[in-house]
Design a protein around this ligand. Structure first.
Ligand code: MN
Ligand code: MN
Length: 415
């Protein structure tokens, strides 16, 4: 027997009062579409109680998960994760933590690392199978990298700056100044781990001393104090002036394109009173051949418009503020999750989504795509560039209302 059949709800209502009747007897309506109805507004208040064990602190962080909007429906893989719940590997000189596909199943195109390097702290010379894209969130950092043509590149980066190291290119990172740095790395493979990188100290320690001497053309004795275990992150001495480091590696020539880029300072591709969207892909950040990125700022109360990306999944790192993202897929499926600073979000290619700033501060996140070129389809752009009578028949609306849809791809609303 269906406990929410009209007859049962009416008899329950007779016993418990008129409010219960109103909840259960409601038919699917605008903004409340499902059959059977879903969401707290459709429920007997008693059924909303949660008398069993619970964690009130955790509950308070996820209001739209505990009580989803009544427009949410269906199952969908978890698209929320967070650096805040991942264990740190702490060493002298800094720390790192990561969200890889091992912990976040949906994230097959991108894995993320959050790293801190103290002043002078060094992430040791290494390389790996995936390409490495990163954004600096705090402080400053010196990067070094070598390309296969022997061009060396040394540069200092600060907040809002990016770097990109193609797969297999050897590189290092070092914290600068009085504050060191913090940054987030996105690898272009979901299973790439910061723990699984090829380290210069490991290879040197595991090569016979006579081979080392022959390979480098120096006496064996020169290597007698090498570390026997790898360093990974270690406390080093702060480097000298940038120009001096650049001059010391200049003999191999200059790479055709810089491996760093100032995303924070570029002119936004979309900007209005509700926020801004800044872009760095291979058209502007030419070295970044496998990653495109959008730095998105959304003002309190504003909405990142309903849209999707036809050519790549979207991996998000939430930098500041808080918000709510709803993702739409065939089925129908529609799911909402709450995000705060330090969280990671993921939207599969071509799934519709929008984000609402639910806080009192600017919301900012960076969206990372495994593609050379950023692409976005705006729902309002599509429906305002389809013959109005055709749209009106789909939505059972008047043609005049359809003609009022915003048609300027605003990015963020209201304009
Ligand atoms: Mn690396
Ligand atoms: Mn998006």
């Amino acid at each position: 027997m269906d406990p929410f059949s009209r007859r049962n709800v009416l008899s329950l209502g007779a016993a418990a009062g008129a409010t219960v009747t109103a909840f259960g007897a409601r038919a699917a309506t605008f903004g409340n579409p499902d059959s059977p109805l879903e969401g707290a507004v459709n429920s007997n208040p008693k059924s909303l109680q949660e008398p069993g064990p619970k964690n009130p602190v955790l509950d308070s962080q996820f209001p739209d998960v505990g009580s989803p909007p009544q427009t949410d429906i269906g199952d969908m893989p978890q698209f929320w994760s967070s650096f805040n719940i991942m264990p740190k590997r702490i060493q002298a000189g800094g720390w790192a933590r990561q969200v890889t596909q091992a912990d976040f199943q949906i994230s097959d195109a991108i894995s993320g690392v959050n790293m801190r390097l103290a002043p002078g702290g060094i992430r040791e010379l290494h390389w790996h199978l995936a390409a490495e894209w990163a954004i600096v969130t705090n402080g400053s950092c010196r990067v070094t990298v070598l390309d296969p043509d022997g061009h060396a590149y040394v540069q200092d980066v600060g907040p809002g700056d990016l770097w990109f190291f193609p797969a297999g290119y050897p590189h290092s990172l070092q914290g600068l100044g009085k504050d060191g740095c913090e940054f987030v790395i996105a690898f272009d493979q979901g299973h790439q781990s910061e723990y699984n990188t090829l380290l210069v100290t490991d290879w040197i320690a595991h090569t016979p001393p006579d081979i080392l001497a022959e390979n480098f053309g120096v006496p064996v004795d020169a290597f007698k104090s090498i570390p026997l275990n790898d360093l990974w992150i270690f406390q080093g001495q702060e480097p000298g002036p940038l120009a001096q480091d650049q001059a010391s590696v200049a003999s191999g020539g200059i790479a055709p394109n810089p491996f760093t880029f100032g995303l924070g300072g570029v002119t936004p591709i979309m900007s209005n009173k509700s926020g801004a969207l800044r872009l760095a892909d291979s058209r502007t950040f030419k070295a970044s051949t496998t990653i495109a990125a959008a730095l998105e700022t959304i003002k309190p109360g504003a909405v990142r418009e309903m849209h999707w990306h036809p050519n790549a999944d979207e991996w998000q790192y939430w930098i500041k503020g808080e918000g709510r993202m709803t993702v739409f897929d065939a089925g129908p499926r529609s799911k909402t999750a709450d995000f705060k600073a330090g969280d990671v979000g993921y939207v599969k290619r071509s799934q519709g989504h929008f984000i609402k700033n639910t806080g009192t501060e600017d919301l900012q996140f960076v969206a990372v795509f495994k593609t050379p070129v950023y692409q976005e389809i705006s729902l309002s752009d599509w429906l305002s560039h389809t013959p109005p009578a055709l749209v009106a028949q789909h939505l059972n609306m008047s043609v005049s209302d359809v003609k009022r849809f915003i048609d300027s791809r605003p990015g963020i609303m209201p304009v």
